[in-house]
Write a protein that binds this ligand. Structure first.
Ligand code: NAD
Length: 435
């Protein structure tokens, strides 16, 4: 099948590469010509484990191509995926301007029947709006279908998530589109991936409801971590004891500095606004956001207490900048918010991240030194803060680390280390929700 994927970011590029891996002919479109030039040269604009090999293989096989020319892409394809960003607007609602722009451009170049599919996370009703835009701007009365196929991949394990998903959600408005979408995902039927076939608006709601629920689990365990700190309990055992109950499940019960990234913060706000627009206050989601908003202040409080009350004039080592490991994505990263908070407090920061530093250093901040490795980041500092749980931080030489620091004080916001081990090594060790 010939397909176009518009938007070659974390979702669009992975979607395009994976569909080409299924044997389809895919053209990935972006209006960022710098991005497309890099892709054409064989360079990836994002860091995602395994994506370079996948892209290279499918480009060589002639199944994957990149262009800025939306018209050419639309004209030779049956299915057009919209995978552009839907960032948070000033009012908290999802900003659909990129989606609308693409829908209009697709309409203007519609030359035969197409299925126009949203991969982007879009509020309930967007499918209807896309239909109206295409009807308004198409040049001739070519038939088309609108579908919703929300994406659930996680950055850092995006390819595995796309090729072996827990489920596929397909929302369609007619039989023709459903048949085409099912055909596209046929390789995943072979590995018995469950498919939820529904209508467009329901598919749109499934995505927001899923993200809101995952965010709820995180805020819930973070509140339990606070309670554990008050009563002297261990939140890891609490999470395990809860999570082994299959009705609860073990995933997403890790306490820390709150959820971040390009999805949960904006998607929880967008579903709240969508509900408000429909005269429905979503009290649980509202509380989830409020709890999450308090996490950065809570983390900064822990760091201040660890150095005796004030960060002014302190030297801090910071391990991790990205919002989670195995990605270069800094969007809404708790680590970056903590970095900025410490700088505002008057600290100087020695930061290290395995992948995120080139992007972080594009936005100059005075008071930050980007370091070559973890030990350089620890050199001469009053406190070392672990803000992102990169695997390589788990096996550091603790004696070397301690020798490098001015004071052996660690605030581990990701519970990467064992409290007993750290104390035995002579560290003043703070973590989240553990005695
Ligand atoms: P991104 O910012 O990485 O990529 C978006 C791309 O769209 C950019 O390359 C941009 O240049 C391009 N673009 C914008 N307007 C365009 C236009 N008019 N024509 C062509 N290209 C255009 O975004 P992302 O992280 O890939 O997210 C895309 C969507 O997928 C969002 O709705 C997001 O909520 C959703 N989503 C993201 C993830 C994730 O982990 N990143 C997971 C699931 C769903």
């Amino acid at each position: 099948m010939n397909i176009a994927v518009v938007g070659t970011g974390y979702v669009g590029l992975v979607t395009g590469a994976c569909f080409s891996e299924f044997g389809n002919h895919v053209v990935c479109v972006d209006n960022d010509s710098h991005k497309i030039d890099r892709l054409k040269r064989g360079e990836l604009p994002i860091y995602e484990p395994g994506l370079d090999a996948l892209v290279e293989r499918n480009v060589k096989a002639g199944r994957l191509d990149f262009t800025t020319d939306l018209r050419a892409a639309v004209e030779r394809t049956l299915v057009v995926f919209i995978a552009v960003g839907t960032p948070q607007g000033n009012d908290g609602r999802a900003d659909l301007s990129f989606v609308r722009e693409v829908a209009r451009a697709v309409a203007e170049h519609l030359d035969s029947y197409k299925v126009v599919v949203t991969k982007s996370t879009v509020p309930a009703g967007t499918g209807t709006e896309i239909r109206e835009i295409i009807q308004k701007y198409r040049k001739a009365s070519h038939a088309f279908s609108v579908a919703s196929n929300p994406e659930f991949l996680r950055e850092g394990s995006a390819i595995e998530d796309f090729l072996r998903p827990n489920r596929i959600v397909i929302g369609c408005e007619d039989e023709m589109a459903a048949a085409i979408m099912k055909d596209l995902y046929r390789p995943l039927y072979l590995i018995e991936t469950p498919v939820v076939l529904t209508d467009v608006v329901t598919a749109e709601v499934i995505k927001y409801a899923s993200n809101a629920f995952l965010a709820t689990k995180i805020s819930f365990i973070n509140e339990m971590a606070d309670l554990c700190e008050k009563v002297g309990a261990d939140v890891h055992d609490v999470a395990r004891g809860m999570g082994l109950d299959q009705r609860i499940g073990r995933k997403f019960l890790h306490p820390g500095p709150g959820y971040g990234g390009s999805c949960f913060p904006k998607d929880t706000r967008a579903i709240l606004e969508l509900a408000r627009d429909n005269d429905l206050p979503l009290k649980i989601v509202s509380a989830v956001i409020e709890v999450n908003d308090g996490r950065i202040g809570g983390a900064l409080g822990k760091i201040r207490r660890a150095v005796g009350g004030s960060l002014k004039g302190s030297s801090v080592g910071l391990l991790g900048l990205t919002f989670k490991p195995n990605t270069d994505d800094l969007r809404e990263s708790p680590a970056m918010a903590i970095l900025d908070g410490m700088l505002t407090d008057g600290a100087s920061v020695r930061a290290y991240d395995p992948i995120g530093m080139p992007i972080a250093s594009q936005f100059p901040r005075s008071g930050v030194t980007y370091c070559e490795d973890e030990y350089q980041a620890a050199s001469g500092v009053d406190v070392l803060v672990v803000a992102t749980e990169w695997n390589q931080f788990r096996a550091l030489d603790l004696d070397r680390l301690k020798a490098a620091m001015a004071k052996p004080v660690i605030v581990d916001l990701r519970n990467v280390y064992e409290p007993a081990t750290m104390r035995a090594k002579g560290f003043q060790y703070g973590c989240v929700g553990r005695p």
